[in-house]
Design a protein. Structure first.
Ligand code: SF4
Lengths: 280, 193
């Protein structure tokens, strides 16, 4: 058993929230550079260049890359030999979110109830998913998920007969429906299989793989590349002004599923793909 | 006339706008906006709309004005504003025609508008501008002054009066039916191999 105090978790989450919003990850910056090489549209190129400048300015002034600093989605991998002391894990995470958003001048974007819409004032609570894994480490991964793109995320229960062609059509349909509303260039997380909720969670988790890295499953890697090519033939382009860079990446995770089911969840993520992780 | 074309081809706009100003702008035009603009998004529109329906006075006079759909992040001490990029326009679509009818001349945001909004742009001679979604840090540089003028309790969703200088935008939908999204995307769509 290894003890981890909740204060260490709070401090870690606080830093992750601030850093994620101020400092866009290198995988995203590299994606801008790659796209600047291939984009044919002048307007599209200009958007990409401004977004690069935006990342530099956010970093320099320590202000958020995007004013929508998102709702925090937090994946925790909790080693089964870890003993958390000092309080509850979920409270420690939310405390870190509250501190990070307040002290980091990040926007409070969470309503306490879907109906009365009163802002909680410090961006809590986060959406927290915990997996128990072997070992004595605690891994915390956060994504600050913007609303404009999240609102375009979609789910469809396909049939086994729809198969891979059905999956392809659905993912491309999702890119079309997202359009400029979701701030392209997009990153897509696709969860295929499991049950209704499992596919949705996979679609979020898929987004943590570094952009530009291959899918460890060679078959899925081929599928991802084909889908990315199709998405970038739609012509939507950066900001939807027209161009070749509609998506930077499409990441797939799968899980076994019922003999009757083919669930496909698509999380739409924008170019403000703010994700950070730490292992305690 | 508050719209002039600069030597770099970009149109300089000074608010407020007249019908003739709005009519001179075409989808795809790059613009720089200078003067006063107002911010309002979901919650503020939710409060303005019942007032319009009852014919009551609004906390801001929208005639000739531009509304920017945005909820900025808080300013660091000594700064004017944090990050201030656009939010998705379609959520305001239900409210926009009523504001255009009152004389609003422009909105700034990102994303597709409904047919009803596009029709109202034509009918009331107004323009839908796009600013770059997710470029809030860069865009903050063009905001010189900021003041909350209504609904302070809404936090980031309060109505703010901004003084902007050379705020960069592009005309997405004009009052002649022009649509940058449509034209731009058509030009780059490619068949699957
Ligand atoms: S979709 Fe992304 S880039 Fe666009 S406003 Fe929302 S968080 Fe920012």
């Amino acid at each position: 058993m290894r003890d981890i105090h909740t204060s260490a978790i709070t401090d870690a989450v606080k830093k992750l929230c601030m850093d994620a919003n101020w400092y866009l990850e290198p995988d995203m910056l590299q994606a801008f550079d790659r796209a600047l090489q291939t984009e044919r549209s002048a307007a599209g190129k200009q958007v990409l260049q401004i977004l690069k400048d935006n990342a530099a300015m956010a970093r320099e002034r320590r202000i958020p890359y995007c004013q929508d600093t998102g709702m925090v989605v937090c994946f925790v991998e909790l080693g089964q030999d870890v003993h958390i002391t000092g309080g509850a894990l979920y409270d420690a995470i939310n405390e870190g979110v509250g501190q990070g958003y307040t002290e980091g001048y990040l926007r409070a974007s969470v309503a306490r109830s879907p109906f009365d819409r009163v802002n909680t004032g410090n961006n809590t609570p986060a959406v927290i998913h915990v997996d128990v894994v072997p070992g004595a480490e605690l891994k915390i991964m956060i994504m600050t998920k913007g609303g404009g793109c999240e609102n375009r995320s979609k789910y469809k229960m396909l049939t086994p007969a729809d198969g891979i062609p059905g999956v392809k059509d659905w993912v491309i349909e999702c890119v079309k429906m997202a359009g400029p509303d979701a701030c392209p260039p997009l990153v897509l997380g696709v969860g295929i299989g499991g049950t209704f909720e499992k596919s949705a969670i996979l679609s979020k988790k898929a987004l943590f793989r570094p952009l530009g890295s291959p899918n460890p499953d060679p078959q899925l890697d081929v599928l991802e590349k084909e889908l990315l090519d199709k998405a970038n033939r739609l012509g939507i382009g950066p900001q939807g002004y027209g161009g070749d860079t509609t998506a930077f990446g499409i990441h797939i995770l799968t899980y076994p599923c019922h003999i009757t089911s083919l669930p496909v969840a698509v999380t739409i993520e924008c170019h403000a793909h703010r994700h950070k992780e730490v292992t305690l | 006339m508050s719209v002039t074309t600069a030597s770099d081809g970009i149109k300089d706009i000074h608010t407020p706008l007249t019908d003739a100003d709005a009519a001179s702008l075409k989808a795809g035009d790059r613009v720089r906006i200078t003067g006063v603009i107002y911010t309002a998004r979901d919650a503020a529109h939710g409060r303005l709309f019942p007032l319009i329906e009852k014919g009551e006075k609004l906390p801001i006079d929208v005639r000739g004005q531009i509304i920017y759909y945005t909820g900025p992040s808080p300013a660091r001490p000594g700064e004017v504003v944090g990050s201030i990029g656009p939010t998705t326009a379609s959520r305001m679509d239900t409210y926009t025609p009523a504001l255009l009818k009152l004389g609003l001349k422009g909105t700034i945001a990102k994303g597709y508008r409904s047919q009803a909004v596009k029709d109202a742009l034509k009918q009331h001679k107004a323009v839908y501008f796009g600013s770059i979604g997710g470029a809030g840090a860069v865009l903050s540089r063009f905001v010189k002054k900021l003041e909350v003028v209504a609904y302070e309790d809404l936090g980031t969703e309060a109505i703010r009066r901004l003084e902007v200088e050379g705020f960069p935008a592009i005309v997405l939908n004009d009052c002649h039916g022009g649509d940058l999204y449509q034209d731009g995307q058509k030009a780059y769509a490619r068949e699957d191999p």
